[in-house]
Design a protein around this ligand. Structure first.
Ligand code: PGA
Ligand code: ZN
Length: 430
């Protein structure tokens, strides 16, 4: 099948933090339309695709994206409009070749990704199929492999997503012991509400951080974990069996590259202390997944951590792999981590995301599809999780509409698949 783009438009809109981001609208010659809003991180990895921002301090403190908007209209549009496009690969390839840089620093990963995502939506509309089905086909999945993912819900926020003294960025609940996605989501939401009550009773703040989890002032990771365990039990669920825990440490954000130490719990810890600490936490709490436990370039530390706890715990490379084939391949070669976080804007195009996820699958690495801390109403990642059949999605807590938008889309996918009589599985990674 061949497609022709007849219109390509982009504009500056705002993300969930009130920072500008790019929205792309695209129309195919058959009238089908697609649009997408690009997300934006705060604890970004240094190896990510470049997010092009204007840098003009007189607008949005330098964070405007008018340059990226103009690149879509003036540089990408002439490349792709009215051309015959046979696949997402060829569309992305044209943009990547014209950009010509390693980190998409000429066009910006945000401009390229916006076009790539909007095209994907338009093709799904043209074919009158859900986006997850199209992505699944592009990835080489059969319909039997589509799966609703287990949600990893970040109900307590720390790190650079909150201002509360916790070094660890994300404390997640993993409601995995249920038969359907909707039942898991319900458990996660109920635990969130119980946690709110518990925090309130203890006189702790119930205001939320960037990803919709609570952000009470505290410094002890164990205290945070204890409160979450209490909330799981108060909600009537069995700790570990029905609901497990996961962490995103985002360790690069409190690592000092000069002295090579981590600022943890008011102390300076080296890599060995960090590794031992994780082993002890896993012994005390039902933690099934740890993301970015060490900083983004400590390959040997990561290998040591993998050796120590990788057989029983999912170790997810986020800033380490930045959704990129070359870094994932390095991890595979060095037996580093056993899972990868998938963020479309870290790599900057749909086809590259697909390649990375397929390499992970081929090598037995789990994939966790993820939002960014700066998000919008865009729900593309819900479809990526289902179509890839990867089984896990991390898209925030049970609050803030930009997080809930993804969960609601998954509820719609679940309901429509059921109504259409399609068998769509629910992942059970644990
Ligand atoms: P970010 O956070 O979007 O701010 O990078 C998410 C994460 O680290 O997983
Ligand atoms: Zn992360």
């Amino acid at each position: 099948m061949k497609y022709r783009i007849s219109h390509l438009h982009s504009r500056e809109v705002l993300d969930s933090r009130g920072n500008p981001t790019i929205e792309v609208e695209l129309q195919l010659s058959d009238g089908s339309k697609g649009s997408a809003i690009v997300p934006s991180g705060a604890s970004t990895g240094i190896h990510e695709a470049l997010e092009l921002r204007d840098g003009d301090a007189s607008r949005y403190l330098g964070k405007g994206v008018l340059k990226a908007v103009e690149i879509v209209q003036k540089q990408i549009a002439p490349l792709v409009v009215e051309k015959e496009i046979s696949s997402i690969e060829s569309l992305d390839r044209w943009m990547l070749e014209a950009d010509g840089t390693h980190q998409k620093s000429k066009f910006g990963g945000n401009a390229i990704l916006g076009v790539s995502l909007a095209f994907s939506h338009a093709v799904a509309a043209s074919r009158k199929i859900p986006l997850y089905q199209l992505i699944g086909e592009w990835m080489g999945r059969s319909a039997a492999e589509f799966k609703l993912p287990v949600p990893l819900m970040n109900i307590l926020n720390g790190g650079v997503h909150a201002d509360n003294g916790l070094a660890i960025q994300e404390f997640m609940v993993v409601p995995h012991g249920f038969e359907t996605f909707s039942r898991s989501l319900r458990a996660g939401a109920e635990i969130f509400h119980h946690l709110k009550k518990i925090l309130h009773k203890k006189g702790l703040s119930t205001g939320v951080g960037d990803e919709g989890g609570f952000a009470p002032a505290m410094t002890s990771n164990e205290k945070a974990l204890d409160l979450i365990c209490e909330a799981i039990q108060a909600a009537g669920y069995t700790l570990g069996k029905q609901v497990a825990l996961a962490l995103d440490v985002a360790a690069s954000s409190f690592f000092d590259t000069e002295s090579k130490v981590y600022s943890m719990a008011g102390e300076k810890w080296d890599r060995n202390r960090m590794v031992d600490y994780y082993a002890s936490l896993i012994g005390k709490y039902p933690i099934v997944s740890i993301e970015d436990g060490l900083e983004e370039d400590d390959w040997s530390g990561w290998a040591a951590l993998t050796q120590k706890v990788g057989a029983r715990t999912q170790l997810v490379g986020d800033d380490l792999f930045v959704t990129q084939v070359a870094r994932l391949q390095k991890g595979i070669d060095q037996s580093t981590a056993n899972a990868i976080l998938i963020k479309v804007n870290q790599v900057g195009s749909v086809s590259e995301t697909i390649h990375t996820m397929n390499l992970a699958r081929e090598k037995g690495y789990a994939c966790v599809v993820s939002h960014r801390s700066g998000e919008s109403e865009d729900v593309t990642i819900a479809h990526l999780a289902v179509g890839s059949g990867c089984g896990q999605i991390k898209t925030g807590s049970a609050s803030r509409s930009e997080r809930i938008a993804k969960y609601n889309e998954l509820l719609r996918i679940e309901e429509r698949a059921l109504a259409a009589g399609h068998k769509i599985g629910y992942a059970k990674p644990w």
